[in-house]
Design a protein around this ligand. Structure first.
Ligand code: TXA
Ligand code: MG
Length: 324
């Protein structure tokens, strides 16, 4: 059920979380499918509802650094980054604190915890009212396009999620940046809403997970290897012309003609606008009558890193997504 967030519905949602139930809620990045991060059974029901094939670790959502220190071993770099980026779209991977109450399933057996403080006021109100950290992946069936509207959550998860708090469209539109602070040099595990350039301006050069041996990549960020964010239709990247059976995801002022349907991520070529529109427009083009989704080239700078990462995953067909 989709409900307006009011003091009463947020209190009801918080009571459901404490009771081990699932609640979908808005964050500034994408909608999350939340459960009490300290309750193993509640966390297990997230994997069940999403149909996640394996237990990829989940992000624990908190109000800020003071709270995070109860769950992870905090350090000076975390302090600097949280000071600059929290609340906001940056997830930090840190060693699990001794006696951390975070469910083992939430970290998929790793000795690290991914943690972030979202800036969305409804997410914050929910965490505060629940009085505990909230584990939340994106609120969609595994492998499909992430939700940036309450309706996307309802379409994807249906009855599997009893309550969806409707916060309108997500302003950032791509998931948080995941940064591993357990390596000698911080390692970017997933590009996202906090840009590499902005992070490096604060803490200096960071490493890219592509530089890790592939076995280490799988161990460090298990969720990053599968085909993800996949529409039902095939996706063709870097399209500078289009065929008549294609839907075009355009970017910028010059748009090739001839597509069956065109949706422009940002007519002015603004990457923040493009990120905010990305998943909703991918869904809109993924419809009967369209044979393939063609995507215009997007610059690899700033938020373009996260946008291109999601697009490459959408285009990667590893045979597991049941795509036509
Ligand atoms: O913006 C977001 O991050 C959204 C909203 C709801 O907060 N959440 C989200 O969660 O995107 P999810 O589950 O789709 O992605 C979590 C990512 C995965 O790539 C996972 O592998 C990684 O974080 N991750 C989680 N715990 C980790 C850990 N302990 N070590 C390394 N990577 C971890
Ligand atoms: Mg996801």
């Amino acid at each position: 059920m989709i409900v307006e967030p009011t003091a009463a519905t947020i209190a009801e949602a918080a009571a459901m979380l404490r009771d081990g139930k699932l609640v979908a809620f808005p964050t500034e990045t994408v909608y999350g499918l939340g459960a009490d991060a300290t309750n193993e059974r509640a966390v297990a029901s997230i994997f069940e509802a999403k149909g996640r094939p394996s237990f990829n670790p989940l992000i624990s959502h908190v109000l800020g650094a003071d709270e995070a220190k109860r769950f992870v071993q905090w350090n000076a770099t975390a302090d600097t980054l949280a000071g600059r980026f929290w609340p906001g779209p940056l997830t930090l991977v840190l060693p699990r604190a001794p006696n951390s109450p975070i469910a083992l399933l939430c970290t998929a057996g790793l000795d690290t915890v991914a943690i972030r403080a979202p800036s969305h006021p409804i997410a914050q109100a929910l965490i505060r009212a629940a009085g505990r950290p909230i584990a939340a992946p994106s609120a969609n069936r595994s492998g499909t396009v992430s939700p940036t509207r309450a309706e996307h959550v309802a379409e994807s998860l249906g009855e599997r999620v009893p309550l969806i708090l409707d916060g309108g469209p997500c302003l950032v539109g791509v998931e948080s940046t995941v940064l591993d602070l357990t390596t000698p040099v911080p390692t970017l595990l997933r590009p996202g809403g906090a840009t590499r350039e902005a992070i490096e301006a604060v803490i200096g050069p960071i490493a890219l997970s592509d530089a890790l041996p592939s076995g280490d990549q799988a161990r460090k960020s298990p969720g990053q290897l599968d085909s993800h964010y996949a529409p039902a239709r095939p996706v063709r990247l870097n399209a500078t012309s289009v065929g008549p059976d294609e839907g075009l995801l355009a970017f910028g002022p010059s748009v090739p003609a001839g597509a069956m349907l065109t949706s422009n991520l940002s007519p002015s070529g603004d990457l923040a606008e493009a990120a905010a529109n990305l998943f909703a427009q991918m869904r809109a083009l993924d419809r009967p009558g369209i044979g393939r989704i063609a995507v215009a080239p997007i610059p690899e700078t700033g938020l373009g890193l996260a946008i291109n990462d999601r697009l490459r995953r959408a285009a990667a067909d590893d045979g597991k997504t049941g795509r036509r």
